[in-house]
Design a protein. Structure first.
Lengths: 186, 311
Protein backbone atom coordinates (compact mmCIF):
# COMPACT_ATOMS: atom_id res chain seq x y z
CA UNK A 1 0.00 0.00 0.00
CA UNK A 2 1.15 3.49 -0.83
CA UNK A 3 1.15 5.98 2.00
CA UNK A 4 0.02 9.55 1.56
CA UNK A 5 0.76 12.63 3.63
CA UNK A 6 -1.37 15.76 3.55
CA UNK A 7 0.35 18.58 1.64
CA UNK A 8 -2.12 21.44 1.47
CA UNK A 9 -5.74 22.48 1.79
CA UNK A 10 -7.01 23.52 -1.64
CA UNK A 11 -10.54 24.52 -0.73
CA UNK A 12 -12.18 25.30 2.58
CA UNK A 13 -15.86 25.24 3.52
CA UNK A 14 -16.57 28.74 2.19
CA UNK A 15 -14.80 28.14 -1.10
CA UNK A 16 -16.69 24.88 -1.65
CA UNK A 17 -19.96 26.62 -0.85
CA UNK A 18 -19.22 29.48 -3.26
CA UNK A 19 -18.21 27.04 -6.00
CA UNK A 20 -21.55 25.23 -5.70
CA UNK A 21 -23.45 28.54 -5.80
CA UNK A 22 -21.55 29.59 -8.93
CA UNK A 23 -22.25 26.22 -10.56
CA UNK A 24 -25.97 26.59 -9.72
CA UNK A 25 -25.97 29.94 -11.58
CA UNK A 26 -23.99 28.54 -14.51
CA UNK A 27 -26.34 25.58 -14.80
CA UNK A 28 -29.34 27.84 -15.27
CA UNK A 29 -27.42 30.16 -17.58
CA UNK A 30 -26.42 27.30 -19.84
CA UNK A 31 -29.70 25.38 -19.76
CA UNK A 32 -32.17 28.30 -19.62
CA UNK A 33 -34.66 25.97 -17.93
CA UNK A 34 -34.18 23.12 -15.50
CA UNK A 35 -37.79 21.94 -15.77
CA UNK A 36 -36.85 18.62 -17.24
CA UNK A 37 -33.63 18.10 -15.28
CA UNK A 38 -32.57 15.35 -12.86
CA UNK A 39 -29.50 15.61 -10.63
CA UNK A 40 -27.66 12.30 -10.29
CA UNK A 41 -25.00 11.85 -7.63
CA UNK A 42 -22.37 9.15 -8.17
CA UNK A 43 -21.78 7.08 -5.04
CA UNK A 44 -20.24 7.79 -2.60
CA UNK A 45 -19.21 11.44 -2.46
CA UNK A 46 -21.23 12.59 -5.45
CA UNK A 47 -24.41 11.92 -3.47
CA UNK A 48 -24.12 14.61 -0.76
CA UNK A 49 -22.75 17.02 -3.37
CA UNK A 50 -25.82 16.37 -5.54
CA UNK A 51 -28.07 17.04 -2.55
CA UNK A 52 -26.30 20.33 -1.85
CA UNK A 53 -26.54 21.37 -5.48
CA UNK A 54 -30.26 20.64 -5.44
CA UNK A 55 -30.68 22.74 -2.29
CA UNK A 56 -28.61 25.58 -3.72
CA UNK A 57 -30.64 25.66 -6.95
CA UNK A 58 -33.81 25.70 -4.87
CA UNK A 59 -32.58 28.60 -2.71
CA UNK A 60 -31.34 30.72 -5.60
CA UNK A 61 -33.89 30.01 -8.30
CA UNK A 62 -36.81 28.48 -6.43
CA UNK A 63 -36.75 25.44 -8.69
CA UNK A 64 -37.11 21.95 -7.26
CA UNK A 65 -35.02 19.50 -9.29
CA UNK A 66 -35.50 15.78 -8.60
CA UNK A 67 -32.47 13.88 -7.42
CA UNK A 68 -31.16 10.34 -7.84
CA UNK A 69 -28.28 8.10 -6.83
CA UNK A 70 -26.04 6.20 -9.24
CA UNK A 71 -23.95 3.15 -8.36
CA UNK A 72 -21.50 2.51 -11.18
CA UNK A 73 -19.75 -0.57 -9.82
CA UNK A 74 -21.46 -3.02 -12.20
CA UNK A 75 -20.07 -0.97 -15.10
CA UNK A 76 -16.44 -0.72 -14.00
CA UNK A 77 -13.78 -1.80 -16.49
CA UNK A 78 -11.44 -3.17 -13.84
CA UNK A 79 -13.82 -5.57 -12.04
CA UNK A 80 -11.99 -8.75 -12.99
CA UNK A 81 -8.61 -7.44 -11.87
CA UNK A 82 -9.64 -6.06 -8.48
CA UNK A 83 -8.56 -8.13 -5.51
CA UNK A 84 -11.53 -7.04 -3.42
CA UNK A 85 -14.93 -6.89 -4.97
CA UNK A 86 -16.84 -3.67 -4.54
CA UNK A 87 -20.10 -3.68 -2.61
CA UNK A 88 -22.96 -3.13 -5.04
CA UNK A 89 -25.60 -0.62 -3.98
CA UNK A 90 -28.90 0.33 -5.53
CA UNK A 91 -29.21 2.89 -8.25
CA UNK A 92 -32.26 5.01 -7.46
CA UNK A 93 -33.70 7.39 -10.04
CA UNK A 94 -37.28 8.21 -9.03
CA UNK A 95 -38.27 9.84 -12.32
CA UNK A 96 -36.30 7.76 -14.82
CA UNK A 97 -33.79 9.15 -17.33
CA UNK A 98 -35.71 8.95 -20.61
CA UNK A 99 -35.86 12.38 -22.27
CA UNK A 100 -34.38 14.08 -19.18
CA UNK A 101 -31.53 16.56 -18.80
CA UNK A 102 -29.15 14.63 -16.58
CA UNK A 103 -26.87 16.65 -14.31
CA UNK A 104 -24.24 14.14 -13.23
CA UNK A 105 -22.35 15.02 -10.04
CA UNK A 106 -19.06 13.61 -8.70
CA UNK A 107 -16.36 14.85 -6.36
CA UNK A 108 -13.15 14.45 -8.40
CA UNK A 109 -12.59 14.08 -12.15
CA UNK A 110 -9.33 12.20 -12.80
CA UNK A 111 -8.90 9.43 -15.42
CA UNK A 112 -12.50 9.73 -16.63
CA UNK A 113 -13.15 6.02 -16.19
CA UNK A 114 -15.79 6.47 -13.49
CA UNK A 115 -17.65 8.91 -15.73
CA UNK A 116 -17.44 6.49 -18.67
CA UNK A 117 -19.04 3.83 -16.46
CA UNK A 118 -21.69 6.31 -15.30
CA UNK A 119 -22.54 7.30 -18.89
CA UNK A 120 -22.95 3.64 -19.89
CA UNK A 121 -25.14 2.90 -16.90
CA UNK A 122 -27.39 5.92 -17.55
CA UNK A 123 -27.80 5.09 -21.22
CA UNK A 124 -28.76 1.50 -20.34
CA UNK A 125 -31.69 2.91 -18.38
CA UNK A 126 -33.06 4.97 -21.28
CA UNK A 127 -32.15 7.75 -23.69
CA UNK A 128 -31.70 11.06 -21.89
CA UNK A 129 -32.02 14.39 -23.71
CA UNK A 130 -28.50 15.30 -22.59
CA UNK A 131 -25.96 14.62 -19.87
CA UNK A 132 -23.86 17.34 -18.24
CA UNK A 133 -21.09 16.77 -15.73
CA UNK A 134 -20.47 18.70 -12.50
CA UNK A 135 -17.34 18.00 -10.44
CA UNK A 136 -15.93 19.72 -7.37
CA UNK A 137 -12.31 19.21 -8.51
CA UNK A 138 -10.78 18.49 -11.92
CA UNK A 139 -7.25 17.24 -11.33
CA UNK A 140 -6.30 16.37 -14.94
CA UNK A 141 -4.61 13.16 -16.21
CA UNK A 142 -7.53 11.99 -18.35
CA UNK A 143 -7.26 8.55 -19.91
CA UNK A 144 -10.47 8.93 -21.91
CA UNK A 145 -11.89 11.78 -24.02
CA UNK A 146 -14.18 13.09 -21.25
CA UNK A 147 -14.54 16.60 -19.82
CA UNK A 148 -16.62 18.31 -17.17
CA UNK A 149 -19.18 21.03 -18.00
CA UNK A 150 -19.00 22.68 -14.57
CA UNK A 151 -15.94 22.59 -12.32
CA UNK A 152 -15.59 23.82 -8.74
CA UNK A 153 -11.83 24.17 -9.05
CA UNK A 154 -9.18 23.06 -11.55
CA UNK A 155 -6.17 21.67 -9.71
CA UNK A 156 -3.07 20.67 -11.67
CA UNK A 157 -1.61 17.60 -9.95
CA UNK A 158 1.07 15.01 -10.46
CA UNK A 159 0.12 11.34 -10.57
CA UNK A 160 1.89 10.82 -7.26
CA UNK A 161 -0.58 13.11 -5.60
CA UNK A 162 -4.09 12.37 -4.42
CA UNK A 163 -7.08 14.66 -4.01
CA UNK A 164 -9.55 14.07 -1.17
CA UNK A 165 -12.86 15.90 -1.12
CA UNK A 166 -14.01 15.72 2.49
CA UNK A 167 -17.70 16.32 3.16
CA UNK A 168 -19.53 17.03 6.39
CA UNK A 169 -22.13 14.34 5.68
CA UNK A 170 -19.49 11.61 5.46
CA UNK A 171 -16.25 12.95 6.98
CA UNK A 172 -17.58 15.51 9.48
CA UNK A 173 -15.75 18.41 7.79
CA UNK A 174 -15.88 20.31 4.50
CA UNK A 175 -12.52 20.72 2.78
CA UNK A 176 -10.52 19.63 -0.24
CA UNK A 177 -6.97 18.50 0.46
CA UNK A 178 -4.05 17.41 -1.65
CA UNK A 179 -1.87 14.55 -0.48
CA UNK A 180 1.45 13.25 -1.73
CA UNK A 181 2.71 9.69 -1.93
CA UNK A 182 5.74 9.13 0.28
CA UNK A 183 6.53 5.73 -1.17
CA UNK A 184 9.49 6.92 -3.24
CA UNK A 185 11.15 8.62 -0.28
CA UNK A 186 11.46 5.33 1.59
CA UNK B 1 -17.05 -12.71 -0.77
CA UNK B 2 -17.81 -16.45 -0.84
CA UNK B 3 -14.97 -17.94 1.16
CA UNK B 4 -14.96 -21.50 -0.17
CA UNK B 5 -14.26 -22.29 -3.82
CA UNK B 6 -17.67 -23.95 -4.20
CA UNK B 7 -21.17 -23.12 -2.97
CA UNK B 8 -22.42 -26.55 -1.99
CA UNK B 9 -25.01 -25.82 0.67
CA UNK B 10 -26.21 -23.44 3.34
CA UNK B 11 -25.07 -25.74 6.12
CA UNK B 12 -21.45 -24.61 5.96
CA UNK B 13 -21.80 -20.99 4.98
CA UNK B 14 -21.69 -18.04 7.38
CA UNK B 15 -24.44 -15.50 7.98
CA UNK B 16 -21.97 -12.82 6.82
CA UNK B 17 -21.79 -14.53 3.44
CA UNK B 18 -25.57 -14.98 3.25
CA UNK B 19 -26.09 -11.33 4.23
CA UNK B 20 -23.78 -10.21 1.42
CA UNK B 21 -25.59 -12.39 -1.14
CA UNK B 22 -29.02 -11.10 -0.06
CA UNK B 23 -27.79 -7.48 -0.01
CA UNK B 24 -26.23 -7.75 -3.48
CA UNK B 25 -29.45 -9.29 -4.83
CA UNK B 26 -31.36 -6.04 -4.16
CA UNK B 27 -29.65 -3.94 -6.89
CA UNK B 28 -29.66 -7.04 -9.13
CA UNK B 29 -33.46 -7.20 -8.89
CA UNK B 30 -33.60 -3.59 -10.12
CA UNK B 31 -31.80 -4.68 -13.29
CA UNK B 32 -34.45 -7.37 -13.96
CA UNK B 33 -37.14 -4.70 -13.65
CA UNK B 34 -35.71 -2.21 -16.11
CA UNK B 35 -36.10 -1.95 -19.90
CA UNK B 36 -32.51 -2.87 -20.75
CA UNK B 37 -31.91 -5.99 -18.68
CA UNK B 38 -28.18 -6.18 -19.15
CA UNK B 39 -25.06 -4.92 -17.44
CA UNK B 40 -21.53 -5.56 -18.77
CA UNK B 41 -20.21 -6.76 -15.40
CA UNK B 42 -19.18 -10.34 -16.23
CA UNK B 43 -18.28 -9.77 -19.87
CA UNK B 44 -15.83 -12.43 -21.04
CA UNK B 45 -16.57 -14.84 -18.16
CA UNK B 46 -17.71 -18.36 -19.04
CA UNK B 47 -19.90 -20.77 -17.13
CA UNK B 48 -21.83 -23.93 -17.87
CA UNK B 49 -24.88 -25.67 -16.48
CA UNK B 50 -24.63 -29.41 -15.94
CA UNK B 51 -28.09 -30.77 -15.19
CA UNK B 52 -28.34 -34.51 -14.70
CA UNK B 53 -31.95 -34.09 -13.55
CA UNK B 54 -34.85 -32.21 -15.12
CA UNK B 55 -35.40 -28.57 -14.33
CA UNK B 56 -37.31 -25.60 -15.70
CA UNK B 57 -36.88 -22.74 -13.30
CA UNK B 58 -33.51 -23.37 -11.73
CA UNK B 59 -31.73 -24.00 -15.01
CA UNK B 60 -33.32 -21.14 -16.94
CA UNK B 61 -32.95 -18.88 -13.91
CA UNK B 62 -29.17 -19.42 -13.85
CA UNK B 63 -28.96 -19.00 -17.60
CA UNK B 64 -30.97 -15.77 -17.51
CA UNK B 65 -28.93 -14.48 -14.55
CA UNK B 66 -25.74 -15.12 -16.54
CA UNK B 67 -27.11 -13.31 -19.59
CA UNK B 68 -28.23 -10.25 -17.63
CA UNK B 69 -24.68 -9.97 -16.28
CA UNK B 70 -23.12 -10.55 -19.76
CA UNK B 71 -21.44 -13.84 -18.83
CA UNK B 72 -21.47 -16.58 -21.46
CA UNK B 73 -23.46 -19.61 -20.38
CA UNK B 74 -23.31 -23.02 -22.03
CA UNK B 75 -25.99 -25.57 -21.23
CA UNK B 76 -24.79 -29.12 -21.47
CA UNK B 77 -27.75 -31.26 -22.47
CA UNK B 78 -26.78 -34.34 -20.53
CA UNK B 79 -29.29 -36.61 -22.31
CA UNK B 80 -27.66 -35.94 -25.71
CA UNK B 81 -24.05 -35.68 -24.47
CA UNK B 82 -21.21 -38.15 -24.28
CA UNK B 83 -22.41 -38.99 -20.78
CA UNK B 84 -24.70 -41.39 -22.66
CA UNK B 85 -21.59 -43.04 -24.16
CA UNK B 86 -20.29 -43.62 -20.66
CA UNK B 87 -18.08 -40.56 -20.17
CA UNK B 88 -17.59 -39.96 -16.47
CA UNK B 89 -18.72 -36.90 -14.57
CA UNK B 90 -15.16 -35.68 -14.00
CA UNK B 91 -14.10 -36.19 -17.63
CA UNK B 92 -17.21 -34.35 -18.81
CA UNK B 93 -16.47 -31.40 -16.54
CA UNK B 94 -12.77 -31.29 -17.37
CA UNK B 95 -13.57 -31.31 -21.09
CA UNK B 96 -15.60 -28.15 -20.57
CA UNK B 97 -13.02 -26.69 -18.19
CA UNK B 98 -10.20 -26.93 -20.73
CA UNK B 99 -12.45 -25.02 -23.12
CA UNK B 100 -12.37 -22.17 -20.64
CA UNK B 101 -15.37 -22.74 -18.35
CA UNK B 102 -14.74 -21.07 -14.97
CA UNK B 103 -17.89 -22.04 -13.09
CA UNK B 104 -20.28 -24.97 -13.16
CA UNK B 105 -23.87 -24.95 -12.00
CA UNK B 106 -24.65 -28.55 -11.28
CA UNK B 107 -27.71 -30.63 -10.47
CA UNK B 108 -27.40 -34.34 -9.82
CA UNK B 109 -29.57 -37.07 -8.38
CA UNK B 110 -26.83 -38.26 -6.05
CA UNK B 111 -26.26 -36.38 -2.79
CA UNK B 112 -22.66 -35.16 -2.69
CA UNK B 113 -22.06 -35.24 -6.46
CA UNK B 114 -21.17 -31.50 -6.64
CA UNK B 115 -18.83 -31.92 -3.66
CA UNK B 116 -17.07 -34.71 -5.51
CA UNK B 117 -16.81 -32.69 -8.71
CA UNK B 118 -15.57 -29.64 -6.81
CA UNK B 119 -12.61 -31.60 -5.46
CA UNK B 120 -11.63 -32.53 -9.00
CA UNK B 121 -11.94 -29.23 -10.87
CA UNK B 122 -10.34 -25.83 -10.65
CA UNK B 123 -13.61 -24.29 -11.80
CA UNK B 124 -15.98 -23.12 -9.09
CA UNK B 125 -19.17 -25.11 -8.48
CA UNK B 126 -22.65 -23.98 -7.50
CA UNK B 127 -24.87 -26.79 -6.30
CA UNK B 128 -28.26 -26.51 -8.02
CA UNK B 129 -29.65 -29.48 -6.13
CA UNK B 130 -27.97 -32.75 -5.15
CA UNK B 131 -30.16 -35.72 -4.34
CA UNK B 132 -31.88 -35.30 -0.99
CA UNK B 133 -29.10 -33.10 0.42
CA UNK B 134 -29.31 -29.39 -0.43
CA UNK B 135 -30.55 -26.85 -2.96
CA UNK B 136 -28.79 -23.76 -1.63
CA UNK B 137 -29.90 -21.21 -4.22
CA UNK B 138 -33.54 -22.14 -3.59
CA UNK B 139 -32.88 -21.67 0.13
CA UNK B 140 -31.32 -18.28 -0.56
CA UNK B 141 -34.16 -17.07 -2.77
CA UNK B 142 -36.70 -18.23 -0.18
CA UNK B 143 -34.80 -16.30 2.51
CA UNK B 144 -34.58 -13.24 0.25
CA UNK B 145 -38.35 -13.39 -0.30
CA UNK B 146 -39.09 -13.79 3.42
CA UNK B 147 -36.74 -10.97 4.35
CA UNK B 148 -38.16 -8.71 1.65
CA UNK B 149 -41.78 -9.35 2.70
CA UNK B 150 -41.48 -9.90 6.45
CA UNK B 151 -38.23 -8.28 7.57
CA UNK B 152 -35.69 -9.68 10.03
CA UNK B 153 -35.44 -13.46 9.59
CA UNK B 154 -34.69 -13.95 13.28
CA UNK B 155 -38.20 -12.83 14.25
CA UNK B 156 -40.05 -15.19 11.93
CA UNK B 157 -41.94 -18.40 12.46
CA UNK B 158 -41.71 -20.44 9.27
CA UNK B 159 -43.75 -23.60 8.70
CA UNK B 160 -42.42 -26.05 6.14
CA UNK B 161 -45.26 -28.27 5.00
CA UNK B 162 -44.81 -31.49 3.07
CA UNK B 163 -42.34 -34.16 2.08
CA UNK B 164 -39.43 -33.09 4.26
CA UNK B 165 -37.71 -36.45 4.11
CA UNK B 166 -36.93 -36.27 0.41
CA UNK B 167 -36.66 -32.49 0.08
CA UNK B 168 -33.35 -30.73 -0.52
CA UNK B 169 -35.33 -27.46 -0.55
CA UNK B 170 -36.46 -28.13 3.01
CA UNK B 171 -32.94 -28.90 4.16
CA UNK B 172 -31.45 -25.72 2.69
CA UNK B 173 -34.30 -23.68 4.17
CA UNK B 174 -33.75 -25.23 7.59
CA UNK B 175 -29.96 -24.78 7.61
CA UNK B 176 -30.24 -21.19 6.43
CA UNK B 177 -33.16 -20.01 8.57
CA UNK B 178 -31.99 -21.59 11.84
CA UNK B 179 -28.65 -19.73 11.46
CA UNK B 180 -30.59 -16.51 11.89
CA UNK B 181 -32.59 -17.82 14.83
CA UNK B 182 -35.86 -18.14 12.94
CA UNK B 183 -38.38 -20.56 14.46
CA UNK B 184 -38.79 -23.34 11.93
CA UNK B 185 -41.72 -25.74 12.19
CA UNK B 186 -41.89 -28.83 10.05
CA UNK B 187 -45.08 -30.74 9.41
CA UNK B 188 -45.67 -33.87 7.31
CA UNK B 189 -47.12 -37.38 7.50
CA UNK B 190 -44.95 -39.43 9.82
CA UNK B 191 -43.70 -41.53 6.92
CA UNK B 192 -42.19 -38.40 5.37
CA UNK B 193 -40.38 -37.10 8.45
CA UNK B 194 -36.76 -38.20 8.72
CA UNK B 195 -35.61 -39.56 12.09
CA UNK B 196 -32.81 -37.12 12.87
CA UNK B 197 -34.84 -34.01 12.06
CA UNK B 198 -34.99 -32.49 15.59
CA UNK B 199 -31.21 -32.30 15.59
CA UNK B 200 -31.43 -29.65 12.89
CA UNK B 201 -33.06 -27.29 15.40
CA UNK B 202 -36.66 -27.46 14.19
CA UNK B 203 -40.00 -28.18 15.84
CA UNK B 204 -41.63 -31.27 14.37
CA UNK B 205 -45.43 -31.42 14.07
CA UNK B 206 -47.78 -34.06 12.76
CA UNK B 207 -50.92 -31.88 13.12
CA UNK B 208 -51.12 -29.44 10.19
CA UNK B 209 -53.51 -27.02 11.86
CA UNK B 210 -51.30 -26.67 14.92
CA UNK B 211 -48.20 -26.20 12.77
CA UNK B 212 -49.80 -23.42 10.73
CA UNK B 213 -51.33 -21.51 13.64
CA UNK B 214 -49.72 -18.09 14.02
CA UNK B 215 -46.94 -18.67 11.47
CA UNK B 216 -45.49 -15.76 9.43
CA UNK B 217 -44.57 -17.91 6.46
CA UNK B 218 -45.74 -21.24 5.08
CA UNK B 219 -43.41 -22.89 2.60
CA UNK B 220 -45.26 -25.75 0.87
CA UNK B 221 -43.11 -28.51 -0.58
CA UNK B 222 -43.89 -30.35 -3.77
CA UNK B 223 -45.11 -33.91 -3.20
CA UNK B 224 -43.07 -36.17 -5.40
CA UNK B 225 -45.77 -38.43 -6.78
CA UNK B 226 -43.54 -41.48 -6.87
CA UNK B 227 -43.71 -41.48 -3.05
CA UNK B 228 -47.18 -42.92 -3.27
CA UNK B 229 -46.12 -45.90 -5.34
CA UNK B 230 -43.35 -46.59 -2.86
CA UNK B 231 -45.99 -47.04 -0.18
CA UNK B 232 -45.33 -43.95 1.94
CA UNK B 233 -48.80 -42.51 1.23
CA UNK B 234 -52.20 -44.13 0.85
CA UNK B 235 -53.40 -41.85 -2.01
CA UNK B 236 -52.94 -38.37 -3.42
CA UNK B 237 -56.58 -37.52 -2.65
CA UNK B 238 -56.06 -38.47 0.95
CA UNK B 239 -52.80 -36.51 1.08
CA UNK B 240 -54.64 -33.47 -0.19
CA UNK B 241 -57.40 -33.87 2.39
CA UNK B 242 -55.10 -34.17 5.38
CA UNK B 243 -51.97 -32.29 4.33
CA UNK B 244 -52.86 -30.01 1.43
CA UNK B 245 -52.85 -26.23 1.91
CA UNK B 246 -56.44 -25.03 1.49
CA UNK B 247 -57.77 -21.49 1.83
CA UNK B 248 -59.41 -22.60 5.08
CA UNK B 249 -56.02 -23.61 6.49
CA UNK B 250 -54.49 -20.33 5.28
CA UNK B 251 -56.73 -18.55 7.79
CA UNK B 252 -54.85 -20.20 10.64
CA UNK B 253 -51.70 -18.26 9.68
CA UNK B 254 -51.01 -14.72 10.86
CA UNK B 255 -53.14 -12.11 9.03
CA UNK B 256 -50.13 -10.84 7.09
CA UNK B 257 -48.45 -14.20 6.53
CA UNK B 258 -47.09 -15.14 3.11
CA UNK B 259 -47.56 -18.36 1.14
CA UNK B 260 -44.56 -19.86 -0.65
CA UNK B 261 -43.94 -22.85 -2.92
CA UNK B 262 -40.65 -23.63 -4.68
CA UNK B 263 -42.41 -25.11 -7.75
CA UNK B 264 -43.25 -27.05 -9.76
CA UNK B 265 -46.70 -27.27 -8.17
CA UNK B 266 -49.08 -30.20 -8.08
CA UNK B 267 -52.28 -28.16 -8.00
CA UNK B 268 -54.92 -29.92 -5.99
CA UNK B 269 -52.40 -32.13 -4.19
CA UNK B 270 -50.12 -30.16 -1.81
CA UNK B 271 -51.62 -26.77 -2.66
CA UNK B 272 -55.11 -25.81 -3.87
CA UNK B 273 -55.35 -23.61 -7.00
CA UNK B 274 -57.12 -20.79 -5.11
CA UNK B 275 -54.31 -20.71 -2.53
CA UNK B 276 -51.74 -20.18 -5.30
CA UNK B 277 -53.86 -17.23 -6.47
CA UNK B 278 -54.32 -15.90 -2.92
CA UNK B 279 -53.34 -12.21 -2.57
CA UNK B 280 -50.62 -13.18 -0.12
CA UNK B 281 -49.14 -15.91 -2.32
CA UNK B 282 -45.63 -14.90 -3.38
CA UNK B 283 -44.97 -17.96 -5.54
CA UNK B 284 -44.37 -16.00 -8.74
CA UNK B 285 -42.24 -13.40 -6.99
CA UNK B 286 -40.04 -16.19 -5.64
CA UNK B 287 -39.14 -17.03 -9.23
CA UNK B 288 -38.15 -13.42 -10.01
CA UNK B 289 -36.17 -13.24 -6.78
CA UNK B 290 -34.43 -16.45 -7.84
CA UNK B 291 -32.89 -14.67 -10.81
CA UNK B 292 -31.76 -11.75 -8.60
CA UNK B 293 -30.16 -14.04 -6.00
CA UNK B 294 -28.39 -16.06 -8.68
CA UNK B 295 -27.12 -12.87 -10.31
CA UNK B 296 -25.69 -11.85 -6.94
CA UNK B 297 -23.99 -15.22 -6.54
CA UNK B 298 -22.55 -15.26 -10.05
CA UNK B 299 -21.25 -11.74 -9.53
CA UNK B 300 -19.62 -12.75 -6.26
CA UNK B 301 -18.15 -15.99 -7.61
CA UNK B 302 -17.15 -14.98 -11.15
CA UNK B 303 -16.36 -11.29 -10.75
CA UNK B 304 -13.09 -10.27 -9.14
CA UNK B 305 -10.77 -12.94 -7.84
CA UNK B 306 -11.68 -15.87 -5.65
CA UNK B 307 -10.31 -16.29 -2.14
CA UNK B 308 -7.90 -18.95 -3.39
CA UNK B 309 -6.39 -16.67 -6.03
CA UNK B 310 -5.62 -13.98 -3.49
CA UNK B 311 -3.90 -16.39 -1.12
Amino acid sequence: MRKFIEKAVIMDEDQMDRALKRIAHELLEKNKSLDNAVILGIRTRGVPLAERLKKTIEEIHGIVVPIGVLDINLYRDDLTSLTEQPVIHQTVIPVGVKGKKIILVDDVLYTGRTIRAALDSIIDMGRPELIQLVVMVDRGHRELPIRADFVGKNVPTSKREKIDVLLKEIDGIDKVIIKESIEEDE
Amino acid sequence: MIKEKDLLGLRNISTDEIDEILRTAVPMKDIIMRDIKKVPTLRGKSMATLFFENSTRTKSSFEIAAKYLSADCTNLAVSTSSVQKGETLIDTAITLEVMGIELFVMRHGASGAPHFLGRNTKARIINAGDGMNEHPTQGLLDMYTMKDKKGDLGNLTVTILGDVAHSRVARSNIWGLTKYGAKVRVVAPETLIPVELQKMGVEVYTDVDKALKGADVVNVLRLQKERQSSGLLPSLVEYNKFWGLTSKRVELLKDDAIIMHPGPMNRGVEIMPDVYEHPRSVVDEQVTNGVAVRMALLFMMLGGKSGDDIN
